[in-house]
Design a protein around this ligand. Structure first.
Ligand SMILES: [Zn+2]
Length: 318
């Protein structure tokens, strides 16, 4: 019986502190909040710009190998509602976003850049309707590409010609976990991963790997296999190996250098040691690193022999 009395007592002890904490002026807390939000938007913009800059050549160079392609403008737009509720006021303040889409990034070398569109421009259809990147802009590009660009007080007309790229969206997830994943429709990269990669080549490897999960239909197959194997995930490991194999091709075809991208797994092994010796759902790190090296050698031989750099298929087809 005593136990039941003790429990509430120990909980209530939390509410009466032993020490007297310093007073916190509300204005100081508010100023600190704004400073932290400013820093968040600065790093979020840096991660996003880098993710798009590094991924764009990969999505473009592999369009002929991707089962799903789209007409790409190279423009990234945002509205205030693209941000979590708690960050919306800060997004309006720091990025100047509103309810109508605003260009926040232009991929270097893209159709949008060639048309002279800049970050902070706002786009409209010929009829004057606010226009955001993605499906709405793709539809406009498919029917001629005439748009109106609003730049400060100015407004002028442009013709935007899209470019065929692999049809998967890029998403940044603001969390410290070192992770990346594919959804079948998009490639998701965490802030933790953006911090963890040491070079554009390493980031290109992760993007290539996740793109391969999408193009090789691993997500759909996993679900099917899940049903077939009654709850097992025994196909995950081959899928990871295949995503590494195809992903290395994707990055090399886009001009990135896969020399030593396996160093990433060695660094990861130092942070979480278990997968060095254990392979449950994912290949063990040593298997991975050796396979990446073997793939690179296969690609090098093709480069030397001047034959097209395409992943080797088991049977004919894409
Ligand atoms: Zn994977």
């Amino acid at each position: 019986m005593r136990f039941f009395f003790l429990l509430p007592l120990s909980l209530s002890a939390c509410t009466s502190l032993n020490t007297r904490l310093p007073e916190l002026p509300a204005a100081k807390v508010k100023a600190e909040k704004q400073a932290q939000e400013k820093a968040v938007f600065k790093s979020m913009s840096e991660y996003r710009d880098r993710l798009h800059r590094v991924a764009y050549p990969i999505l473009r160079a592999n369009a002929e190998l991707c089962p799903k392609t789209q007409l790409d403008s190279g423009l990234v737009t945002a509205t205030a509602t693209n941000y979590a509720k708690e960050l919306r006021a800060a997004a309006r303040r720091e990025l100047g976003v509103s309810n109508d889409p605003k260009v926040i990034y232009v991929r270097p070398g893209s159709a949008g850049q060639k048309a002279g569109i800049r970050a902070s421009d706002m786009l409209q259809t010929e009829e004057g309707k606010p226009l955001g990147a993605g499906k709405p802009l793709e539809a406009v590009m498919q029917s001629g590409g005439n748009i109106r660009v609003m730049r400060g007080e100015d407004s002028f007309e442009k013709t935007l010609k899209g470019e065929e790229v692999c049809g998967y969206a890029l998403q940044l997830k603001m969390t410290s976990a070192i992770n990346a994943y594919a959804t079948g429709k998009s490639i998701v990269m965490t802030a933790g991963m953006m911090e963890f990669v040491k070079s554009d080549d390493e980031l290109a490897y992760i993007i290539g790997h996740e793109l391969a999960h999408n193009t090789q239909s691993h997500i759909r197959k996993s679900i099917t296999n899940y049903v077939l194997s009654l709850g097992g995930t025994r196909y995950t490991r081959p899928f990871e190996a295949e995503a590494d194999y195809v992903g290395i091709y994707y990055m090399e075809r886009a001009g990135y250098n896969s020399d030593n991208v396996e160093d990433m797994w060695r660094r990861l092994a130092k942070l979480s040691a278990r997968p060095i010796g254990r392979a449950k759902t994912h290949p063990a790190y040593p298997t991975r690193t050796v396979q990446i090296k073997a793939t690179r050698e296969e690609i090098e031989q093709k480069r030397a022999a001047n034959v097209p750099m395409r992943p080797e298929l088991r049977r004919s087809g894409r």
